[in-house]
Every structure is written in C-alpha cells, then in structure tokens.
Design a protein around this ligand. Structure first.
Ligand code: NAD
Length: 164
C-alpha cells in the first residue's frame, strides 16, 4: 500500500521532465495518473513505463477545451480527481525585455498563465463538487526571464508574488 493508493492525478506536461518524474513517483505510491501533453511519442513511452496505472491524452494547455477534456477523461474513468498538477510549460520569453516581441510574450502567457488558469478552473469545478482535491501549478513559476525581469524591475507587480 502506497501513501496515495487509488488517488487520481492529472498532470499536464506529463510526457517528459518534471511532469514525467512526478507521474512515476505518484504511480509508485499507488496513484493512477492521467497525463496530458502535446508530445504523443513521449506519452506513449510513459504508458509503456508506467503500465496500467497510467493514461495519456493529447492535450495542448493553451486550448481550454482540451484541458477540460483531459480532466473529464480522468473523472469519467476513475470517478474523481484528487490531484491536479499544472506542470506543462516552456522556458518562455527570454528577453531582453526591450526586444521581446508581442508574439513571444503572447506565447509565454498562453502556456504559462492561461494554461494554468484552464487547469485550475476545470479542476476546481470538479474538486468543489466532490469536496476534496489539491492543485499545484509549477508552470506559473516558469523560467521566462522576461516574466522575472518584469517583477524585478518593479513593473506592475502582477508576477512578483508567484515568482519568489
Ligand atoms: N526545470 C527548471 O529549472 C524549472 C524551473 C522553474 C519552473 N519550471 C517549470 O516547470 C515545468 C516543467 O519543467 P521541465 O523542466 O520538466 O520542462 P520540460 O520541457 O522537460 O517539460 C515540459 C513538458 O511540457 C510539455 N508542454 C509544453 N508545452 C505544452 C503545451 N502547450 N501543452 C501541453 N504540454 C506542453 C512538453 O511537451 C514537456 O513534456 C515547466 O512549466 C517549467 O516552466 C522548470
């Protein structure tokens, strides 16, 4: 019996890196994991590694419908959602700030902020209904140097509390 026996976890960006490592740890503790990622090959490799306690669904976190469908697939199959790990992310706009394009900035926000918002929103709906569950959002702490430089420069401090 692991510490997380039969807990149900959804992990975005679960096909590699920190998300994949979290999936392995959760499964080793008895949880089932539903991984969402844009990397189909990585997802297939995770399924081969984790066996029948894992599922994979293609999911681009910039698309709210896909994030909602990812969470719904976990609830439909396993009946609940105990853990939502908003992990999918990119390095993001690297700067320097002065030459960052609108497209680089928008791409960064779409993944690191909007993607986390969609995950929290749809997980929260389910968790409130079942009156239990926990979310963690690593992506919002992303490595974007431009996000960090905004907070360090004292620009409207939207990001400061979450970049500490
Ligand atoms: N590694 C670090 O030093 C560090 C530091 C701070 C924060 N983070 C954040 O932690 C998270 C994981 O980092 P990592 O080092 O494992 O990165 P990684 O690049 O190894 O893994 C990120 C995963 O997210 C997936 N992904 C990217 N865009 C996606 C999208 N639009 N929809 C769904 N999946 C998508 C990738 O395919 C990949 O599997 C990221 O959000 C990253 O910004 C990492």
């Amino acid at each position: 019996m692991g510490r997380l026996t039969d807990r149900v976890a959804v992990i975005t960006g679960g096909a590699s890196g920190i998300g994949a490592a979290a999936a392995e740890k959760l499964v080793s503790e008895g949880a089932v994991v539903v991984l969402g990622d844009i990397q189909e090959q990585g997802g297939a490799e995770m399924l081969a590694k984790l066996g029948d306690r894992a599922r994979f669904k293609l999911c681009d976190v910039t698309n709210e419908d896909q994030v909602e469908a990812l969470i719904k697939s976990a609830v439909d199959e396993f009946g609940k959602l105990d853990v939502m790990f908003n992990n999918a992310g990119i390095v993001g706009a690297l700067g320097p700030l002065e030459s960052t394009t609108r497209e680089e900035w928008q791409f960064t926000l779409d993944i690191l902020l909007n993607g986390v918002f969609y995950g929290m929103k749809h997980a929260s709906r389910q968790m409130k209904q079942q009156r239990s569950g926990k979310s963690a959002s690593l992506a919002i702490m992303g490595r974007s140097a431009v996000l960090k430089s905004l907070s360090q420069a004292g620009a409207p401090n939207t990001f400061a509390p979450i970049l500490k």
